[in-house]
Design a protein around this ligand. Structure first.
Ligand code: F6P
Length: 538
């Protein structure tokens, strides 16, 4: 397979050592030229080493690798998830389209009917018409993992200021401590449990669901009335004992990590209400329209993808920090880790050939300003360059606390400025000299206070975090991952890399219980299993 980044690699060779500040000096309009807008979002990528020639090469890459064709195919319901022979149509759940055909069938009427059923259920529950044994539902526990947890959990936290319904809780880990601690404070008589699993076979979710059922059955006479299920495998939900009226199905063409718009978002809908949920979807639909219609040079998902590829595949920066200056986006990095790394962490191309370049980057992060007091040290002065993606809102949602939000925003801008500008040895020396140092000690101390600068970052700015802007933000990232995947030539919509560990865990459980022989295991695994058996008294 040809390295499609070859022209960019050659270009990078000629520019990689220059200072980004020099680009600003040479082109006073750089902040305008290397920025783009979509609805409420402004994406500024001027604090990177991309110049006009580099941008042209990047856009050329998007054009020649078939991004536009693949985008059209995705929205039209073609089976672009080739290793699973599935369409990729999470966008249908937020689409205003009258009809979308998959295998000749219009998927929109059943989808609209399910959304209406979800809305009716959520409203009945919120208004106290659908009750538990002890009266109105006060708490909703969503049991799911991966895409059946991260999306709604991230979005529920992001929409805290819009929460008007029962309290929401999310249980994902198979570690019994998670469900134990969550249920500990809840009244089973006024709790609804949602079992969210696309396949309805995921061991973590099924184990936690069973634990929740036992917990509820101790007090509630008909626990099934306080359970709802979300799945693509509706036959399995019946076997678990959840009646069809509280089962909300979706098709297998919605990937788990793309499913927050589907019934997987039911907990969020209950928490913020169907109208706010519709605004969340509308924000995403607006981003879909932008992605479909804007030219690549002004297309936010395309530009985010291209900047990411420039940093990872071209300049070789293996990780990307996502840094939301918005505490309610605290779960966004975790959500993006699944979205980006499960989608684009692939070592072979669509046709099975080894990739001649790296797959998607390691994505990580924490909200600012907290991260500043933890890992930013490495970002500023470590030996590796970590491209930073700042996400910031101009205004908070607490009018009385705007002075705090202003400080938050100032910190965000200060960080990207510091990364860009750095602090020279001369400046550091002058500062230390003013403090009274001189000679060899002055030199030594000054060197510790040098910031190399010239470190790239982008800033995504919007006004406020609302259900609409959250929807747009998530759709932006979904499409960015899609574009990156197309350019890398991989299938972003399967996840075979999670299977091996699942299989081995199933085989190891009986070994740990002493019921199966672990002789065929490697020495380390065997020794650890032995020690665990000892510690567990087996
Ligand atoms: O193991 C990975 C994965 O399949 C994710 O892709 C998915 O989001 C998660 O597990 C949960 O799957 P399910 O919704 O089927 O329980």
């Amino acid at each position: 397979m040809m390295n499609r980044f070859a022209p960019l690699l050659a270009h990078a060779e000629t520019v990689k050592d220059r200072h980004i500040l020099d680009l600003f000096a040479a082109a006073p309009e750089r902040a305008r030229d290397f920025a783009a807008e979509a609805g409420p979002f402004l994406f500024d990528y001027s604090k990177t080493n991309i110049d006009a020639a580099g941008l042209a090469l990047l856009i050329d890459l998007a054009e020649t690798t078939g991004v536009a064709e693949r985008r059209a195919a995705m929205f039209a319901g073609a089976k672009i998830n080739e290793t699973e022979n599935r369409a990729v149509l999470h966008t249908a759940w937020r689409s205003p389209a009258e009809s979308i055909l998959v295998d000749g069938h219009d998927v929109m009427p059943p989808l609209r009917a399910t959304l209406a059923r979800m809305g009716a259920f959520a409203t009945a529950l919120r208004e106290g018409r659908y009750t538990g044994q002890g009266g109105a539902i006060t708490d909703v526990v969503n049991i799911g993992i991966g895409g059946s947890d991260l999306g709604p959990a991230m979005a529920a936290l992001a929409c805290t200021a819009f929460a008007t319904g029962p309290r929401l809780h999310f249980v994902s880990n198979v570690d019994g401590a998670h469900i134990h601690d969550t249920l500990a404070g809840l009244n089973p008589e006024t709790t609804l449990v949602i079992v969210a699993s696309k396949t309805f076979t995921t061991i973590e979710t099924m184990t936690n669901a069973e634990t929740a059922r036992v917990w509820m059955a101790e007090v509630v006479k008909t626990p099934a009335t306080q359970f709802a299920a979300i799945s693509s495998a509706v036959d399995k939900t019946a076997a678990f004992g959840i009646p069809p009226e509280r089962v909300f199905g979706f098709e297998d063409w919605v990937g788990g990590r793309y499913s927050v718009w589907s019934p997987i978002g039911l907990s969020l809908m209950i928490g913020i209400g169907p109208e706010a949920f519709a605004r969340f979807q509308a924000g995403a639909a607006a981003m879909d329209a932008h992605f479909l219609n804007a030219p690549f040079s002004a297309n936010l998902p395309v530009l985010l993808a291209l900047v990411g590829l420039w940093h990872n595949q071209v300049l070789g920066h293996a990780t990307r920090a996502v840094l939301p200056y918005e505490q309610r986006l605290a779960r966004l990095p975790a959500y993006l880790q699944q979205l980006e790394m499960e989608s684009n962490g692939k070592r072979v191309s669509m046709d099975g050939a080894d990739l001649p370049y790296h797959s998607g980057p390691v994505v990580w992060g924490e909200p600012g300003t907290n991260g500043q007091h933890a890992f930013y040290q490495l970002i500023h002065q470590g030996t590796r360059v970590v491209p930073c993606e700042f996400i910031v809102t101009a205004r908070g949602l607490e009018p009385d606390l705007e002075h705090q939000h202003l400080l938050l925003v100032a910190n965000c801008l200060a960080q990207s400025e510091a990364l860009l500008r750095g602090r020279s040895l001369e400046d550091a020396t002058a500062i230390m000299r003013k403090k009274g140092l001189e000679g060899a000690e002055l030199e030594r101390q000054a060197r510790h206070r040098v910031f190399p600068g010239n470190r790239p970052s982008t800033t995504l700015l919007f006004d406020q975090l609302t259900p609409e802007t959250l929807g747009g933000l998530i759709a932006l990232y979904e499409h960015r991952v899609f574009v990156e995947g197309v350019i890398l030539g991989i299938n972003s919509f399967d996840q075979w890399g999670v299977e091996l560990g699942k299989e081995l865990a199933l085989a190891l459980a009986p070994v740990l219980e002493g019921k199966a022989d672990g002789a065929a295991k490697d020495g380390s695994t065997r020794a650890l299993a032995e020690r665990i058996r000892e510690l567990r008294g087996l």
